[in-house]
Design a protein around this ligand. Structure first.
Ligand SMILES: [Zn+2]
Ligand SMILES: [Zn+2]
Length: 70
Protein backbone atom coordinates (compact mmCIF):
# COMPACT_ATOMS: atom_id res chain seq x y z
CA UNK A 1 0.00 0.00 0.00
CA UNK A 2 1.14 3.51 -0.78
CA UNK A 3 2.12 5.86 2.02
CA UNK A 4 0.09 9.01 1.74
CA UNK A 5 1.30 12.34 3.08
CA UNK A 6 -1.09 12.50 6.04
CA UNK A 7 -3.97 10.55 7.61
CA UNK A 8 -6.56 12.85 6.03
CA UNK A 9 -5.26 12.16 2.55
CA UNK A 10 -4.92 8.45 3.29
CA UNK A 11 -8.53 8.18 4.38
CA UNK A 12 -9.77 10.05 1.32
CA UNK A 13 -7.49 8.29 -1.16
CA UNK A 14 -8.24 4.84 0.26
CA UNK A 15 -11.76 5.58 1.35
CA UNK A 16 -14.39 3.11 0.34
CA UNK A 17 -18.01 4.01 0.63
CA UNK A 18 -20.56 1.35 1.48
CA UNK A 19 -23.11 2.81 -0.89
CA UNK A 20 -21.03 3.68 -3.94
CA UNK A 21 -18.52 1.37 -5.55
CA UNK A 22 -17.47 4.13 -7.95
CA UNK A 23 -16.06 7.21 -6.20
CA UNK A 24 -17.42 9.36 -9.00
CA UNK A 25 -20.92 8.36 -7.91
CA UNK A 26 -20.27 9.22 -4.28
CA UNK A 27 -20.96 12.79 -3.19
CA UNK A 28 -18.63 12.31 -0.23
CA UNK A 29 -15.64 11.30 -2.34
CA UNK A 30 -13.17 14.16 -2.77
CA UNK A 31 -10.02 12.55 -4.02
CA UNK A 32 -9.35 10.26 -6.94
CA UNK A 33 -6.05 8.48 -6.53
CA UNK A 34 -4.30 6.24 -9.01
CA UNK A 35 -1.15 4.43 -7.99
CA UNK A 36 0.48 3.88 -11.36
CA UNK A 37 1.61 6.49 -12.18
CA UNK A 38 1.03 8.22 -8.84
CA UNK A 39 -1.58 10.85 -9.45
CA UNK A 40 -4.00 12.69 -7.21
CA UNK A 41 -7.04 14.56 -8.40
CA UNK A 42 -10.03 16.36 -6.99
CA UNK A 43 -13.25 14.76 -8.17
CA UNK A 44 -15.60 17.17 -9.90
CA UNK A 45 -19.12 15.98 -9.28
CA UNK A 46 -20.64 17.11 -12.54
CA UNK A 47 -22.13 13.74 -13.39
CA UNK A 48 -19.10 12.67 -15.38
CA UNK A 49 -15.62 11.56 -14.46
CA UNK A 50 -13.83 14.91 -14.41
CA UNK A 51 -10.95 15.48 -12.04
CA UNK A 52 -8.62 18.38 -11.41
CA UNK A 53 -5.07 17.22 -10.88
CA UNK A 54 -3.51 18.48 -7.66
CA UNK A 55 0.17 18.74 -6.79
CA UNK A 56 -0.09 19.70 -3.15
CA UNK A 57 -2.15 18.11 -0.41
CA UNK A 58 -5.18 20.25 0.50
CA UNK A 59 -4.92 19.09 4.13
CA UNK A 60 -1.23 19.16 5.06
CA UNK A 61 0.16 21.20 2.16
CA UNK A 62 2.89 18.76 1.31
CA UNK A 63 3.94 18.23 -2.27
CA UNK A 64 2.36 15.09 -3.68
CA UNK A 65 4.28 12.43 -5.55
CA UNK A 66 3.71 12.62 -9.25
CA UNK A 67 4.79 10.95 -12.41
CA UNK A 68 8.23 12.04 -13.47
CA UNK A 69 8.27 14.53 -16.25
CA UNK A 70 11.18 15.27 -18.59
ZN1 LIG B 1 -20.91 7.26 -1.05
ZN1 LIG C 1 -1.45 15.51 3.29
Amino acid sequence: MIDHCCPAMASHANGHCDQHTDPFDCPDALIAFSAEPPEYGLIIHDGGTSIIGIHFCPWCGRRLPEARQE
